[in-house]
Design a protein. Structure first.
Length: 444
């Protein structure tokens, strides 16, 4: 069993709609606000409030930048700004115009952040600049890598549409900040909830045309259409831009497309993230959180290759790439090849549907000339992730259950490492304290 999420994009999807839904699902807003400070983005304001869309109570999240206060002091309008070379293309965010429907808003929670950014301020940023911001942040490495994967997909789509290189695609100062927060925030929230599998329904894009610097552009916007390749999508009946490049990029990198509730999925909680527009349908993104079990008898694959001529420094990077791309596990085994040469077997456990992607990574990121694969079966215990609080800070805990009983408790190593370095206590002391706190939490 895996903790899973099923996303219903009947009113499209954007980064902030997904993040609003994840907050509604239980991710603490204060926790996200605190984590976003680790990006050192300078001055911005986070908006989090309850709204009502066609009778559905939903959570609305937004990022308000300093130059937007003059337009809307409560809910800032949203743009995703990119341009390639001399081409300037603006995308309106899903369900976001420049109006604030005050009759719907209640319980507004705003957090204002003002600090000197660690990066140099300039009007435009390319992918290299964005990567510098993310990699030099204080977020966990896993969050950094997944966020960069989504941003890279976004930049590659823009580059292809405009006939430019990735480095020539620029994100405007304002658009870069809120897009970074949306992407990193969603990745962080999914990690907080312990989501291991993400499914997305047919994605409605909306239809018609939107104004931009080029003139009228079709909906979905060209970059959005590019990112949606391989995902089930359709125009629907609403003549507005319902799906944004950021929303499409998140689904492209993180989700598996499905035309119905996935077989083997059992939901236990529903949450809603809202857009701003009032439409003839509820302008919300619905997510169901639950558990998913692959069909009985379903096979996994192990793909592997023998490598005897690669710099050892590259292995951790390749393994991280494989895991972030969806590998279920990845490991190295020392071997002796022909002529007595020492070498490594790089093995990857994966879902069959991910074979092509894993093979591409293995053949482009390693020196191997080929990949072999074979079918395997496995049995796994149900896993649950929770958080315990120590005097030194918070630690994620993974519980393993079998037949309804807890059979293993494992504190997150990276969390314990950070607290050990910060507090001066030994790592083993922090890990023992975290395990004890987890056991005490179970007894409550």
């Amino acid at each position: 069993m895996k903790k899973a999420i099923y996303i219903e994009a009947f009113a499209g999807i954007s980064g902030n709609m997904l993040l609003g839904a994840l907050i509604d699902a239980g991710v603490p807003f204060d926790y996200l606000a605190s984590e976003m400070k680790k990006l050192h983005l300078g001055e911005y304001e986070l908006i989090n409030e309850r709204v009502n869309k066609c009778g559905i109570d939903a959570n609305y999240f937004n990022v308000l930048l300093p130059d937007e206060h003059q337009h809307d002091v409560t809910i800032g309008h949203r743009h995703e700004h990119t341009h390639a070379g001399h081409h300037h293309h603006e995308h309106g965010d899903t369900g976001h115009n420049h109006e604030h429907h005050s009759d719907c808003a209640q319980h507004c929670h705003q957090v204002k952040v003002s600090e000197e950014p660690v990066h140099h301020h300039h009007e435009h940023r390319n992918l290299h600049d964005i990567a510098h911001i993310i990699t030099h942040s204080d977020l966990h490495d896993k969050i950094k890598m997944q966020s960069l994967q989504v941003f890279t997909a976004l930049a590659e789509a823009e580059a292809k549409v405009h006939g430019k290189t990735v480095d020539e695609v620029h994100f405007h100062e304002v658009g870069a900040i809120d897009t970074i927060i949306d992407i990193a925030g969603c990745v962080l929230a999914l990690e907080y909830l312990g989501i291991e599998k993400i499914f997305v329904s047919n994605i409605h894009t909306g239809s018609g045309f939107v104004n931009c610097a080029h003139g009228l552009m079709p909906v979905p916007a060209p970059a959005t259409a590019e990112l949606l390749q391989g995902l089930q999508h359709s125009h629907g009946k609403i003549e507005k831009e319902l799906t944004t490049p950021t929303g499409a990029a998140l689904m492209k990198v993180l989700a598996v497309s499905t035309n119905d509730i996935p077989q083997g999925f059992s939901g236990s909680k529903i949450a809603y993230g809202a857009g701003t527009w009032d439409l003839e349908i509820p302008n919300v993104l619905r997510i169901s959180i639950g558990e998913w079990e692959a069909e009985a008898g379903g096979e996994l694959l192990v793909a592997e290759c023998n490598i005897d001529d690669m710099n050892g420094e590259l292995y951790p990077y390749v393994q991280e790439r494989l895991l972030q791309a969806g590998a279920l596990d990845c490991w190295l085994t020392p071997i002796i090849m022909k002529k007595g040469r020492p070498a490594q077997t790089l093995s990857v456990l994966l879902d069959p549907q991910n074979l092509d992607q894993m093979t591409d990574i293995l053949l482009t990121e390693t020196t191997s000339l080929g990949v072999r694969y074979y079918a395997v079966h496995r049995h796994i215990n149900y896993r649950k992730v929770t958080i315990v609080s120590l005097p030194e800070g918070e630690v994620r805990i993974k519980y393993a259950q079998m037949d309804g009983k807890i059979v293993n408790i494992a504190p997150e190593f990276e969390d314990c490492k950070v607290l050990a370095l910060k507090s001066g206590h030994s790592l083993k002391t922090i890990m023992q304290a975290a395990a004890a706190a987890a056991e005490a939490q179970l007894e409550q």
